[in-house]
Write a protein that binds this ligand. Structure first.
Ligand SMILES: [Zn+2]
Ligand SMILES: [Zn+2]
Length: 296
């Protein structure tokens, strides 16, 4: 995607202690500043830190990201950037939560960067290497279905809070080299703490996740596309919005069956459960237009 695209999208997270008593004020301040600059997206604040994906004009994003990096001590090289022609979010929301990634373990807080973090380049080299290793995708199953690293295990999660349960039931040798990855790196920050608590000795995590890997190792080993949590649904390996998935107009979930709208000729994707009931229109708007026409 060219950098002249109207929307610049930046994802970032940072674990750092924020005082619970100040979260409300931080929330209000950023809500105002982001809204003033036409920024859309989702920003989560908790006592353990900040996690966000934001989108806006490239100029506005550069400005607010400088301010965010300052306030939350985020190294600029940790920002994950991409571009989109279509508006990726409908609104802005800045929320205070108990965790910035939901493992339902607010007590597990990652500390400073440690040696378990592999840069995308280091991750790539270790994957290519001869050493025996187990690769586990810590995302949910529906995300893994769209793409994964070769040989990666799908733990069958429908929610990240099932991770601990999975580790207890999976027969993974504690002394083997284990490599874990997720969308943007944040889930693995917590996943690894659960693993250490269970005696795993050699666990590595992909810093900045699949999105960081796409950016730093173009044409790498990942197979397929990566789901993102905005209206682009997924991105391909060039970080361009997917051509293979879309939001199903019937239910609002992910659709993968391509259709063309019989009213406006726009392409859209319907999901498996709506394919026989939804019909051949791209949206509720087109549906109501057709209904009006047929009635009058
Ligand atoms: Zn559907
Ligand atoms: Zn239509």
């Amino acid at each position: 995607m060219s950098e002249t695209a109207p929307w610049k999208i930046v994802s970032f997270y940072r674990f750092l202690p924020l005082a619970g008593s100040e979260l409300g004020a931080i929330q209000e301040r950023w809500k105002e500043l982001l809204a003033e600059n036409g920024i859309l997206g989702l920003m989560l604040l908790a006592e353990e830190g900040v996690n966000a994906t934001l989108a806006g004009s490239p100029e506005a994003m550069d400005m607010v990201m400088r301010a965010l990096c300052d306030e939350f001590s985020i190294p600029v090289e940790r920002l994950k950037e991409s571009f989109s022609r279509a508006r990726p979010f409908k609104r802005l929301s800045v929320e205070v939560r108990s965790e910035i990634v939901t493992l339902k373990r607010p007590d597990l807080v990652p500390q400073d960067q440690d040696s378990s973090h592999l840069s995308p380049e280091e991750w790539h080299q270790l994957l290519l290497g001869e050493e025996e290793k187990i690769v586990i995708d810590t995302r949910n199953s529906f995300e893994i279905a769209a793409g994964r690293f070769p040989g990666a295990i799908d733990p069958g999660l429908t929610s990240f809070s099932e991770w601990g349960e999975y580790l207890d039931s999976a027969l993974i040798p504690r002394d083997k080299t284990v490599m874990i990855y997720c969308t943007g790196g944040i889930r693995c920050e917590k996943a690894i703490l659960e693993m250490r608590a269970r005696g795993f000795e050699k666990v590595y995590q992909l810093q900045d996740g699949i999105l960081g890997y796409f950016e730093k190792v173009p044409g790498g080993l990942f197979e397929g596309e990566c789901f993102v949590f905005d209206d682009r649904v997924a991105v391909d390996q060039d970080l361009k919005p997917t051509q293979k998935f879309g939001i199903c107009p019937g239910c609002g979930l992910t659709g993968s069956i391509p259709k063309t709208c019989e009213r406006c000729q726009v392409g859209y994707f319907v999901c498996d459960s709506c394919k026989s009931t939804w019909g051949t229109l791209c949206s509720k708007a087109c549906k109501s237009q057709v209904k009006k026409f047929r009635v009058s």
